[in-house]
Design a protein around this ligand. Structure first.
Ligand code: FES
Length: 100
């Protein structure tokens, strides 16, 4: 595990998220009551969660509306026990860092 700077703080507005390509992985970082990072590909048909609608801790996949908890990565619909990988994320003075 290594901390890497992945973005400037200004790149992700409060209540928004963005997808980043980091070490070959697509990772979505959400700025929603703090920063949260998780694999951005929906387990259904690989939809990107980054542009999904946020409601509290829950993001809705834009393609067919499956829901995930952005803090735990847990899928909240249909299949029990499915979790997307989450990552530690920190906002430091000079930007957003991810432990990947
Ligand atoms: S690809 Fe996400 S719900 Fe279908």
């Amino acid at each position: 595990m290594t901390w890497k700077k992945v973005a400037e703080k200004s790149e992700i507005a409060p209540g928004k998220s963005r997808e980043f390509q980091i070490d070959g992985k697509k990772i979505a970082i959400f700025n929603q009551n703090g920063y949260h990072a998780l694999d951005s590909m929906c387990v259904h048909q690989d939809g990107s969660l980054a542009p999904g609608k946020l409601d509290g801790d829950v993001v809705e996949c834009p393609l067919h509306f499956w829901h995930y908890n952005i803090k735990t990565g847990e899928l909240l619909d249909y299949i029990k026990g499915v979790k997307l990988q989450t990552y530690k994320v920190e906002a430091r003075n000079d930007g957003i860092y991810l432990d990947v």
